[in-house]
Every structure is written in structure tokens, then in C-alpha cells.
Design a protein around this ligand. Structure first.
Ligand SMILES: Cc1cc2nc3c(=O)[nH]c(=O)nc-3n(C[C@H](O)[C@H](O)[C@H](O)COP(=O)(O)OP(=O)(O)OC[C@H]3O[C@@H](n4cnc5c(N)ncnc54)[C@H](O)[C@@H]3O)c2cc1C
Length: 322
């Protein structure tokens, strides 16, 4: 591993100065960053620990129902937070399903959103697109865990459970950058280009950090649901997952995880049909088929389309009757 300097700034201004140096990255719990460094996939010269900045570990729920989650809030604290469990139940559910208790106690929500994909070609240093190569090794290779929707040129899927729910909840990522400039990026734009950017999966520019995540009042409450299919019962990434939300205003949002380089929002006309009234089994089947119309499984991951259809059917029936 390349030698590096660890920084523990006490103010945002100091953090931004440190992050502005070449080869400088933000450090959350280190549960992915240190692994990628050991694997030789990242070689930062400076690690800037952003956990001790003012407000970084705060969860603020406002009277109107909206919430602000500091970037360094631990996954375990989100899963256990009473008001998050009450108003953003799908987020509490998704965070409670992340990895192991030790990982949830160590890792932060910002680090979770910025973790690198688990694709075994990438992680093992095979010269694929993310490792300086020219093609995606999964296309003609071992692609059991890769994308069936929106893949390409890279077919790795985004591994985060919370990202799927935050997309359904219309979260905004609050970024703080050089000269303390702030910008708010809707979460779908935050992950735009995840399959085509070889060096990262997010819209973060060098020198920026995630200060907080904002959840709008319109996403609080209603019916919220997160379901995750894993190869084994615990401590595993999603093969396929689904966040299904029916907001208090009646709007439905359905977002799939594990199927695409970024959380995949289902076609809005399908969401509108789910919102419009009680479905029967036959119409739920037809809607699931429509939702997955663009699915293009690779040679070994057709099972993901079957799993996604099953999760969609179950959630759509539940939400349409709520
Ligand atoms: C065995 C195992 C099982 C796992 N299972 C799951 C699972 O089921 N579901 C799931 O969702 N995840 C899972 N994970 C991923 C785990 O949740 C991540 O390792 C973790 O969320 C990363 O968080 P961290 O705070 O440790 O980030 P770090 O490792 O510190 O950082 C990860 C990335 O985020 C960047 N970063 C950190 N903080 C900021 C910030 N404030 N602003 C900008 N960039 C930042 C870092 O620069 C780095 O690029 C698993 C991991 C392991 C090792």
C-alpha cells in the first residue's frame, strides 16, 4: 500500500483545504476505502477524516417532516433512529440490512453512497474499464452478479442498499467544495453516468465532499417498503432489491437495486398505474413485465429478471391496496 497522510480536520474550511491537495480523498469509516487501498485499486496520498466536522453526525428531523442527515452519520444510527423508523421506514429497513453489525457501526452514509462496485473483475485488478482497460470483462465472462438494466459500457451494479431507498425518497445530496461552495444534486443525477465513468460512480468532483443528505417532506410517511434478495441470509449484498413507496399524496415510486450501475427507477407510467387503484394478480403481472421491458440479461444473470419481477409484483399489489 502506498504511504499516506491521515488528516483529522476540526472545521469544514480545514477539511476542504486538505481535500484540495492532489490525491486527497474523504475518509468515513474506512470500511471500503482501506480495502480498495490494500487491493491496490486506490492510491490516495491524503485521507481526510470528515467525521468530526460540525453537524457531520447529526440527524435533524424538521416539523414539516423533512430531514437532514449528516454525511458521517453511521449506518447503525440511521437504522436505530426512532423518527427515521417512523417517517422513513424504508431507509431504516435498508440500513438495518447493510452488511454486519460491525460494518454498520463503523460505516457512514456518505461512504456507503460512494463505495466502489463489488464486481470481481474490478476488485481483482483485471484490466477492465475501471482498471485502465478497454472493455468490460463481464460481458463474455462470469456475469452472474452484473447488470440486467442500463448496463454498459461497464456492467457492474451499484452495491448500496440505502442508495436505492434514497432514490425512491427523492433525496438530494448536499456537496461542499472549494471556497466552501455548496451545490445540491438530486440523487438520480448524483449517480448519472455510473456505468460510463471509469474512475467513480458519482458526480462528486475532486475537492468536494458530501456534507449531508436532504429528505423532502413529501417523502415522509405513507407506505414504505424495502425488500432485498440475498444469496445467503445475512452479511451479503443484494442480488436484487426493491424500494416501493406510496407517499401520503398518493404518488408511487418504485426503485430497483442490484440490477443496474445505479439505482434503477421503474418507468413512471407503471408507477402511475400502481397509484391509480387496486391491482389484481393478472394486472400486477402485466405491470411487472412492462417495468422490466428494457431488461437485457447477460449470459448468466437471467435469474435477476425473475427475482425483480417477483419483488415488483409483491410490492405493487401491496402499494395499490394501501
Ligand atoms: C463484507 C461487507 C459487506 C457489505 N455489505 C453491504 C450491504 O449489504 N449493503 C450495503 O449497502 N453496503 C454493504 N457494504 C458496504 C459498506 O456498507 C461500505 O463499506 C461502507 O458503507 C462504506 O462506508 P465508510 O464510511 O466506511 O466509507 P469509506 O470506506 O471511508 O469510504 C468509501 C468511499 O466514500 C468516500 N467518502 C467517504 N465519506 C465521504 C464524504 N463525506 N464525502 C465524499 N466522499 C466520501 C471515500 O473517499 C471512499 O471513496 C459491505 C461491505 C463489506 C466489507
Amino acid at each position: 500500500m502506498r504511504p499516506f497522510r491521515y488528516h483529522r480536520p476540526a472545521s469544514s474550511a480545514d477539511a476542504l483545504t486538505a481535500l484540495g491537495a492532489p490525491d486527497s480523498v474523504a475518509f468515513g469509516g474506512g470500511t471500503d476505502l482501506l480495502v480498495t487501498m490494500k487491493e491496490g485499486l486506490a492510491e490516495p496520498a491524503h485521507l481526510v477524516d470528515v467525521r468530526h466536522l460540525r453537524g457531520a453526525r447529526d440527524i435533524t428531523v424538521r416539523a414539516d417532516g423533512s430531514a437532514r442527515i449528516g454525511g458521517a452519520v453511521r449506518i447503525a444510527d440511521l437504522a436505530a433512529h426512532g423518527v427515521i423508523r417512523e417517517r422513513f421506514a424504508a431507509l431504516a429497513e435498508a440500513t438495518s440490512l447493510v452488511g454486519t453489525p460491525a460494518l454498520r457501526n463503523m460505516s457512514t452514509i456518505a461512504g456507503n453512497l460512494c463505495q466502489r462496485p463489488r464486481c470481481w473483475y474490478f476488485r481483482r485488478g483485471v484490466p477492465c474499464l475501471k482498471n485502465g482497460g478497454t472493455g468490460c470483462a463481464a460481458v463474455d465472462g462470469e456475469n452472474q452478479y452484473h447488470a440486467i438494466l442500463g448496463g454498459g459500457p461497464c456492467h457492474a451494479v451499484h452495491p448500496s442498499d440505502p442508495a436505492v431507498v434514497l432514490t425512491a425518497l427523492e433525496a438530494t445530496i448536499e456537496l461542499l467544495g472549494p471556497n466552501e461552495a455548496r451545490r445540491s444534486v438530486p440523487i438520480d443525477s448524483f449517480f448519472e453516468g455510473a456505468g460510463s465513468n471509469p474512475l467513480g460512480e458519482t458526480a462528486i468532483a475532486h475537492g468536494e465532499m458530501i456534507e449531508a443528505i436532504e429528505l423532502p417532506a413529501r417523502s415522509a410517511g405513507g407506505v414504505q417498503h424495502y425488500e432485498k434478495v440475498m444469496q445467503r441470509g445475512a452479511w451479503d449484498f443484494a442480488l436484487v432489491s426493491l424500494a416501493g413507496i406510496k407517499r401520503s399524496d398518493g404518488e408511487v415510486r418504485l426503485v430497483l437495486g442490484g440490477v443496474s450501475p445505479a439505482p434503477y427507477r421503474v418507468n413512471q407510467s407503471v408507477e402511475e398505474d400502481v397509484a391509480s387503484g387496486a391491482l389484481d394478480d393478472e394486472s400486477a403481472d402485466a405491470l411487472a413485465e412492462r417495468a422490466l421491458y428494457d431488461a437485457a440479461p447477460l449470459s448468466k444473470n437471467g435469474y435477476k429478471a425473475v427475482q425483480a419481477a417477483a419483488l415488483l409484483r409483491r410490492a405493487m399489489l401491496e402499494l395499490s391496496r394501501a
